[in-house]
Design a protein around this ligand. Structure first.
Ligand code: GLC
Length: 576
């Protein structure tokens, strides 16, 4: 363990003087697992390859679930494993009710759920309702049926502008670069209509004005609920409904934080009709009991608009990307934590916390970049200034300790418990993210954070696959991060996460309260109290004196010296 059980003799602090800005959960809240849980994201293609083809699979997930139980997570969220041409890492689904052969079969999926149940872990699956794959049978039928057909009405087809319809119907841009429209060739061979795709051209958007689309997704929800899933992470949950008439948009392409158009709602974001969809889904989930959850992946700014989607009759949770994108700055973290808790408290929803996922550089890499990253929000490549890995590791461990001390729900991304950085030297020839292709390399995309995990330092491909093959290359030195090396090393990142999760559970921090320790308000040190734990992270350049306390857990050996918390480090202590 990284714990440093020693006493700090210094000025006492009386917890009674603290004012909670976030009260502890009520008895009703305590009974709801999804208000306090630690949810672990599995990106199946990179988790563990059981059959040796270089792609992770569901048999690999089932085989390693006991490792996740040992870590102490409450649930896993599986990123898509459905049949897919993998043009966007499986978020291009060609059949919502099956398993892609590279990942296994429906039987393997059932085995994952069964094994997870034995270990007390719930399984959440990814639902991708904004768009499917161009290979989905419904989209193929729409192409074949031609303009004006009921098949086309399941998608967003429009005639083009200009005399011969050669210009896209509006000016919308794809999130991955380039226009959000692609023109089709009609069955008779002539240039025809355009279809909308907010992402890659291989991902046609569904038409959520059409009741048939609603029915299809209710069927899909029931299919997975019947197989025992605990809920759904809903992909791009804010975009399903588009504004009537599809008006041009002159704000930022991602529609978020639109300084040019303050207060303006982008026509493809957060439209009011979404509320009815999620109300209906909540009813469907309730038919299966009160413990099934919906978590929105919704990039809506600001927080008080985002919380519109989490209500007692709609989504249970939504990801908190404001927290994820916060720079290494104590005052900024203080603001985002406080604003998040206040905003989610105001609608009776739990606050969620996340530092890494498959769409952003891992926090061990992000926090090792001084100043403004070369490519904000995107992966780093061999031509970019390389992150300071040691600095990134130290800060990442402190940031994780901070996150795990917060009340609410924590999302972990596979491999962060091993302290993994991104592969920032990946040769471009391996890149698969459509962003790279669609921007002609100007944006590198997200492959660097999706590298197959290291399990065994002595084995080929660091134990990811017995054949030694990996669908994305692992960086040099990957074996040093392998789980087998870290499991019995008290100073490892894995041991830190395991100890923090155990203490979090024991002290019930997830349902706890939060008060700032005001003595530190003006310093570069973040300090808050949850239950009887004081969490401190020193984001400044100088040592910070700790109050009189018993040290429970430190982010690394040497984090505390002479009664002080060293720069870049974090600590959990019990006030005395
Ligand atoms: C979400 C997913 C991302 C995917 C996109 C389109 O943001 O997390 O990986 O590319 O949706 O489905």
């Amino acid at each position: 363990m990284s714990a440093l059980p020693s006493d700090i003799q210094s000025d006492p602090v009386a917890p009674a003087e603290l004012t909670a800005i976030h009260p502890a959960d009520t008895a009703e809240g305590v009974a709801q697992w999804w208000r306090s849980s630690v949810i672990y994201q599995v990106y199946p293609r990179s988790f563990r390859d059981f059959d040796g083809d270089g792609n992770g699979d569901l048999a690999g997930v089932a085989a390693e679930l006991d490792q996740l139980a040992e870590l102490g997570v409450d649930a896993v969220w599986l990123s898509p494993f459905y049949p897919s041409p993998q043009r966007d890492g499986g978020y291009d689904v060609s059949d919502y009710c099956d398993v892609d052969p590279i990942f296994g079969t429906l039987n393997t999926f059932d085995h994952v759920v069964e094994r997870a149940r034995e270990l007390g872990i719930r399984v959440i699956v990814d639902l991708v309702p904004n768009h499917c794959s161009e290979e989905h049978s419904l989209f193929r039928a729409a192409l074949a049926a031609g303009p004006g057909s009921p098949e086309r009405a399941l998608f967003v087809f429009r005639d083009g502008k200009g005399a011969d319809g050669a210009e896209p119907p509006n000016n919308w841009q794809s999130h991955f670069g380039g226009p959000a429209w692609t023109r089709v060739v009609e069955p008779d061979g002539t240039p025809g209509q355009w279809y909308l795709h907010l992402f890659d051209s291989s991902q046609p958007d569904f038409n959520w004005d059409n009741p048939a689309v609603h029915e299809e997704f209710e069927r899909i929800l029931r299919f997975w609920l019947d197989r025992g899933v605990a809920g759904f992470r809903v992909d791009v949950a804010h975009s399903l409904v588009k504004k009537d008439g599809l008006p041009d948009w002159h704000g930022r392409p991602d529609g978020v934080g639109t300084e040019d158009y303050p207060g303006h709602l982008a026509p493809m974001f957060g439209q009011p009709a979404l509320h009815d969809i999620y109300r209906r889904w909540r009813e469907v989930l309730a038919e299966y009991g009160e413990d099934r959850v919906l978590c929105a992946e919704a990039s809506i700014d600001p927080l008080d608009r985002l919380v519109n989607w989490v209500r007692p009759d709609q989504m249970h949770q939504t990801f908190n990307f404001a927290f994820l994108s916060c720079p290494w700055d104590a005052a900024k973290y203080r603001t985002v934590i406080e604003e998040s808790l206040r905003a989610f408290d105001s609608v009776g929803a739990p606050t969620t916390w996340v530092l890494s996922n498959h769409d952003v550089p891992r926090h061990a890499t992000r926090l090792g970049v001084e100043g403004v990253p070369a490519r904000p929000g995107d992966g780093l490549g061999p031509e970019d200034q390389q992150p300071n890995l040691q600095l990134g590791q130290v800060r990442a461990r402190a940031a994780s300790l901070m996150m795990l001390g917060l009340p609410g729900v924590v999302y972990l991304y596979q491999g962060e418990e091993l302290g993994l950085p991104d592969h920032t030297m990946m040769p471009h020839s391996f890149r698969q993210d459509p962003t790279y292709r669609r921007t002609a390399g100007a944006r590198l995309g997200r492959d660097g954070s999706r590298v197959p995990l290291p399990w065994n330092s002595a084995a080929a491909a660091a134990g990811f696959s017995r054949s030694g093959t990996t669908w994305l290359p692992q960086p040099a030195g990957w074996d040093e991060f392998a789980r087998d090396r870290q499991r019995h090393d008290a100073s490892s990142t894995l041991s830190l996460y395991t100890a923090a999760l155990e203490l979090r559970r024991k002290k019930d921090l997830g349902h706890g309260s939060l008060s700032w320790l005001s003595d530190y308000d003006d310093t570069a040190c973040l300090a808050f109290v949850n239950r009887d734990v004081l969490v401190m992270v020193n984001m400044g350049d100088t040592d910070v004196r700790l109050p009189r306390s018993e040290v429970l857990l430190t982010s690394a050996a040497g984090a505390v010296a002479d009664g002080c918390l060293r720069p870049g480090h974090g600590v959990w202590v019990r006030l005395m």
